[in-house]
Write a protein that binds this ligand. Structure first.
Ligand code: MN
Length: 507
């Protein structure tokens, strides 16, 4: 069986999506998980775009050793050099250069002739090739490019040393039959095409990113660029989990495989959702909360008798944790430790103790503790450890006749205990007011507030996501608790902590 190379661009195209501002630690954590997932290539960022992007790509290149680490670059000597510098310590470095090829981009954006674009592309590939052997080239907006010109530019950049040719449907305009035919045309009309791998990069503007990618694969493409949960510019990119599970579930049709360990899919999806703040829609294929849930009585009856009657995939294959009772108040340390190991978590003794204490406290409140609760608690613990300001105590009163009032005690980075009280238009507003009074930061505006429950039931843990904006930059904060006002306070403190940390690294 032929292998399809999985090129993950969650950290580049995904993070480019509005609001998806990840810090270096978060990018590293996602990159480590992508390595566990078994992706072949990680596009870690666009080094020329910002110093933060450069740092992140360098850090990932140094630490994540199994996959190819790729840095994106536009067609300018400085950008190519910067990308090369960022990936130079990678075990397997790659530079990915893009340059528009469509008439509409050439005329209106680049103001260059077709010949000039070919020359520029070739000179950039040649320049990059002197520093890194593995070079990818993307003729941007390929799906709207005159095919005859596309063949020419591909042929020329391969001559200059490009080893992967990525054909992007940059604006999400293609239809599967058409896109498949475009790939077939490239194989037929580019004489030196056997010297490069054909890749595709499809956007989901018309909901066809996955279908277009798979149509390309059927026509010989052997690399697919995709993101976890399909995040990315506008309507997003092809979703990694859909591509991988389609190839696996329908191997009878594709006769292909990937190097992905599918049991890591769910965990990766949750991590990316958690870090970026992009919530996965419940009906999302593969990783949505309802993806394996049967509501119809007839379907339930069938699944109970024989899962295959209505389930085309086994939920264990994507590593979906069970939602059944697994821990009670009396379960004890040993059972918890075993469950953690089964879920793939390795904690040191102090982290284990903190998690265990939190689990027992939760079991006191809600009786049934599930795998999803455990994941939420571990995520919350990670945030608290990283925080500079800690929420110590909080008390809120509210009601239709009361004046929403919050009293909060925070522990500052230097250990000082600070208390304040404030009123607001509602409990969350009062909480944010009082935290603002303690952590005095100018120009902070709350732009988004989302609550979701981790499991079913009125006693479920609530996860709150808060985005704040300060001087044009967005910071995301998260918090979890069975009390959503407490979760909101944690999320707000977390967002401000991240703002403070970002300001510190700027200096
Ligand atoms: Mn893109």
């Amino acid at each position: 069986m032929d292998k399809v190379i999985i090129f993950d661009t969650t950290l580049r195209d995904g993070e480019q999506a509005a609001g998806g501002t990840l810090n270096i630690q978060e990018k590293l954590e996602i990159a480590r998980q992508l390595e566990n997932l078994g992706v072949d290539v990680i596009e870690a960022g666009f080094p020329m775009a910002s110093p933060g992007d450069f740092e992140a790509v360098s850090a990932i290149a140094k630490e994540v050793r199994k996959p190819v680490i790729c840095g994106l670059s536009h067609a300018s000597p400085n950008a190519v050099d910067r990308a090369a510098e960022a990936v130079k310590n990678a075990a397997h470095p790659r530079i990915h250069i893009f340059l528009s090829s469509s008439e509409i981009h050439l005329v209106h954006q680049l103001k260059k002739s077709q010949q000039e674009v070919i020359e520029l592309a070739c000179s950039m590939v040649t320049r990059a090739k002197k520093m890194v052997d593995d070079i990818e080239f993307s003729p941007m907006d390929a799906s709207r490019t005159d095919p005859a010109y596309l063949y020419k530019i591909i042929e020329e950049v391969i001559k200059c040393g490009a080893t992967t040719i990525n054909v992007p449907d940059t604006v999400g305009y293609s239809i599967p039959e058409e896109f498949g035919a475009l790939i077939a045309g490239i194989f037929k009309n580019v004489p030196n095409i056997n010297k490069a791998v054909i890749s595709v990069h499809c956007h989901n503007d018309l909901g066809m990113a996955t279908a277009n990618s798979l149509a390309a694969v059927r026509n010989g493409a052997r690399q697919v660029e995709c993101t976890i949960n399909g995040i990315g510019e506008r309507a997003g990119n092809a979703a990694l989990e859909e591509i991988v599970m389609a190839i696996k579930t329908r191997s009878d049709f594709f006769n292909l495989n990937t190097g992905v360990d599918t049991t890591q899919i769910y965990k990766t999806s949750r991590l990316v959702s958690e870090m970026t703040g992009f919530i996965v829609q419940p009906n999302k294929a593969i990783v949505g909360a309802n993806a394996f849930r049967h509501e119809s009585g007839i379907h339930q009856d069938g699944v109970l008798k024989m899962a295959r009657t209505y389930e085309i995939m086994d939920p264990h294959v994507i590593g979906l944790p069970s939602n059944s009772l697994i821990m009670g108040k009396l379960s004890g340390r040993h059972a918890f430790k075993e469950r953690l190991a089964e879920l793939g978590y390795v904690l040191d003794e102090t982290a284990f103790q903190r998690a265990f204490t939190a689990i027992i406290a939760l079991a006191d409140k809600k009786k049934e503790v599930t795998d999803k609760d455990i994941e939420s608690i571990l995520a919350e613990d990670k945030r608290i450890v990283a925080d500079t300001y800690h929420l110590d105590r909080i008390q809120v009163t509210c009601g239709d006749r009361g004046i929403p009032t919050a009293a909060v005690r925070l522990i500052a980075p230097d250990g000082e205990v600070k208390s304040e009280a404030a009123i607001g238009t509602g409990p969350v507003d009062a909480v944010c007011e009082v935290i603002d009074k303690i952590i005095k930061i100018q120009d902070v505006k709350l732009t988004e507030f989302t609550v979701k429950s981790v499991t079913e039931g009125i006693d479920a843990i609530g996860e709150v996501l808060i985005r704040v904006e300060s001087k044009g930059t967005t910071y995301t904060g998260r918090g979890a608790d069975t009390d959503i006002i407490v979760a909101s306070a944690k999320a707000y403190v977390n967002a401000l902590n991240r703002l403070i940390a970002a300001k510190k690294t700027e200096k």
